[in-house]
Design a binder for this molecule. Sequence first.
Ligand code: AHQ
Length: 236
Amino acid sequence: MMLTETGSDSFVAELRAQSRRYHDQHTFSRRMNEGRLSPAQIQGWVANRFAYQASIPRKDAAILANCPDREVRRRWIRRIHDHDGTADGEGGIEAGGIEAWLRLGEAVGLTREEVEDERHVVPGVRFAVDAYVTFARSRPWVEAVASSLTELFAPDLMADRLAAFERHYPWIDPHGLAYFRARLTQAPRDSEHALQVVTERCRTPDQRAAAVAALTFKCDVLWSMLDAIDRAYPDR
Ligand code: AHQ
């Protein structure tokens, strides 16, 4: 049964309703934005989130590999360039998100080496990140696209986080925050495309339920990462 346009509005509303499970509600995010985290907790978060950032290009490559639609691939591949960069040493943050995250690591007092070798990544983060990549490799590609729709909720989080870092963590070199500034424009661009793909391709109740389930799964990935980080770096 094909759903009508009104069905599409309720579908988008159901996707957006998943924001109640987004990790900006997690105690670690809340304490971060309230300025209550220690340097060790910030460093632990940056070092562990690198495992997630470094996995995004492989997750997106898995979607490309499963996607038969050239138009979708032509836009989706930009995500890999955003994260990996497109050439060594290419201007500053245009080098890509992963390079910018390494600079964030240096800005919070970590060495590039200890971030890149992932020595600080805790098992719960490793398993959540691996689950996300495996989901993209093994589920229908539209479901993997739907799982990226957490980025519908990211711009507000990024803006709040930027303001919080500038206000509460003056010991962090502000140049290291360029990653979050880049996401302020990349995330809405990416989520707009992902939402277009998901609403165009998910027309039946079962397809729409699977898309909502994919987004719920991804919210759990992000939430469990913060559970593991919060436990590994408790308030002292
Ligand atoms: O820095 C983030 C990023 O590059 C991505 C890619 C996207 C995806 O494909 O799932 N999701 C995502 C996210 C990033 N940052 C998170 C944060 O809180 O800093 C938010 C996260 C997301 O909302 O999925």
